[in-house]
Design a protein around this ligand. Structure first.
Ligand SMILES: *Cc1c(COP(=O)(O)O)cnc(C)c1O
Length: 392
């Protein structure tokens, strides 16, 4: 269905129909996977809108229309991974430019900043933007401001509207990585961001079987530049993965509701466990920015982090005991995952998080089974007590 006809429709309707009409030549209801790399022309330059699949492909185009509808933006780009999407956006920066970024970011984004952009002569300034005072200290000359909210893995929230007001005043571009929330729970473009991106590998795919990234903007000039870099550099998503992602989006709304329902129940449950020191989940009243969560998001998502009492040994012992949760990197799939940021996703970070921090991606299994998995994993074999030094 055409985007303009769907404008007034609800999220789940858009997720199922946007960019997708029955195939005019066969009536096929599902968008065909167009594998062709090239397209016939009647005369040079006279074609049906497609010339070469690096530039544009019908399956990828359908996906890009659907993403634009969900983020309430105008132009989208589907890329071969989340980091490919980030790299395309970073093409905006030239040597001498200043990039201001939230300090608690996806490890791979920090790696691009410190190991690729900085050596190219782009200045990087990391700040804790969850502190409101700091938002007003963002340097005026920042060309771009880059953030995630909630942050990964500390689950801090950043007031996107406040940052966007500062960005607009200073003519800085605001980029929001919306991977943790998905457009179902948070729409950064409506909060004033210029560009939103996702690792579509996570919630948008939801089944841990695609690596993909998407970018959306409402600004025609930015879209023109992104389209130019995309066609010139070629980090595009394949037709098959575009199809899989389009298929995944159809269930995004029901999946996100189920992730959130389980996560909220699990977070409350974890707060009551003796071996758990602190739970970080924006849906909990104990989260210091719970009020901002209520204002800026329409739900709290499926990601939870928590501190376990004890050190690395106790944490590793617990991590290896899970039976339903899988110990693995990544997030956003229907299956529950657990991981150790300090040694896995954030090992390369300039400030790795505490050894006692555990991050979970709550899946959509029955929450009773998730809780009982936790109960057995938290049960230490020995009573939990620091060992006395017997030699003394
Ligand atoms: C995974 C992730 C990325 C990188 O995406 P890939 O698809 O793995 O390339 C970027 N940002 C966030 C928040 C992520 O979780």
């Amino acid at each position: 269905m055409k985007i303009n006809k769907l404008k007034s429709k609800a999220f789940s309707t858009k997720a199922i129909h946007a960019g997708q009409e029955p195939d005019p030549s066969t009536g096929a209801v599902m968008t065909p996977i167009t594998l062709s790399s090239t397209y016939a022309q009647k005369a040079p330059g006279k074609h049906k809108g497609y010339e070469y699949s690096r530039v544009s492909n019908p399956t990828r185009k359908a996906l890009e229309h659907c993403i634009s509808a969900l983020e309430e933006g105008s132009f989208s780009f589907a890329c071969a991974s989340g980091v490919a999407a980030s790299s395309l956006i970073f093409e905006i920066l030239k040597p001498g430019d200043l990039l201001v970024a939230e300090e608690d970011l996806y490890g791979g984004s920090l790696r691009i900043l410190t190991k690729i952009l900085k050596p190219r002569g782009i200045s990087i300034h990391l700040m804790d933007l969850s502190k409101e005072d700091n938002i007003f200290k963002i340097p005026k000359k920042a060309k771009m401001i880059w953030l995630e909210s909630p942050t990964n893995p500390l689950m801090k929230l950043i007031d996107i509207k406040k940052v966007s007001a500062v960005a607009k005043k200073n003519k800085s571009l605001l980029v929001v990585d919306n991977t943790f929330m998905s457009p179902f729970f948070q729409k950064p473009l409506l909060l004033g961001a210029d560009i939103v991106l996702h690792s579509a590998t996570k919630y948008l795919s939801g089944h841990s079987d695609i690596v993909a990234g998407v970018i959306t903007t409402h600004c025609p000039d930015l879209a023109e530049s992104l389209a130019f870099w995309s066609k010139s550099l070629g980090p595009v998503l394949s037709p098959f993965d575009s199809y899989l992602l389009l298929r995944s989006l159809k269930t995004l709304a029901i999946r996100m509701k189920a992730h959130e329902q389980n996560a909220l129940e699990l977070a409350l449950f974890l707060e009551k466990q003796k071996r758990v020191k602190k739970v970080l989940y924006p849906g909990l009243k104990s989260h210091p920015q719970h009020q901002l969560a209520l204002k800026q998001m329409s739900g709290f998502g499926g990601m939870i982090s928590f501190y376990l009492k004890g050190g690395k040994k106790e944490v590793f012992e617990c991590l290896s005991r899970f039976q339903i949760f899988t110990l693995a990197e990544s997030l956003g799939g229907v299956e529950s995952l657990v991981e150790h940021p300090a040694s896995m996703t954030h090992a390369a970070s300039p400030h790795p998080p505490s050894e006692s921090l555990i991050r979970i991606s709550t899946g959509i299994e029955d929450v009773k089974d998730l809780k009982s998995d936790f109960l057995q994993a938290l049960k230490s074999k020995k009573p939990f007590k620091r060992q006395e030094n017997k030699a003394r």
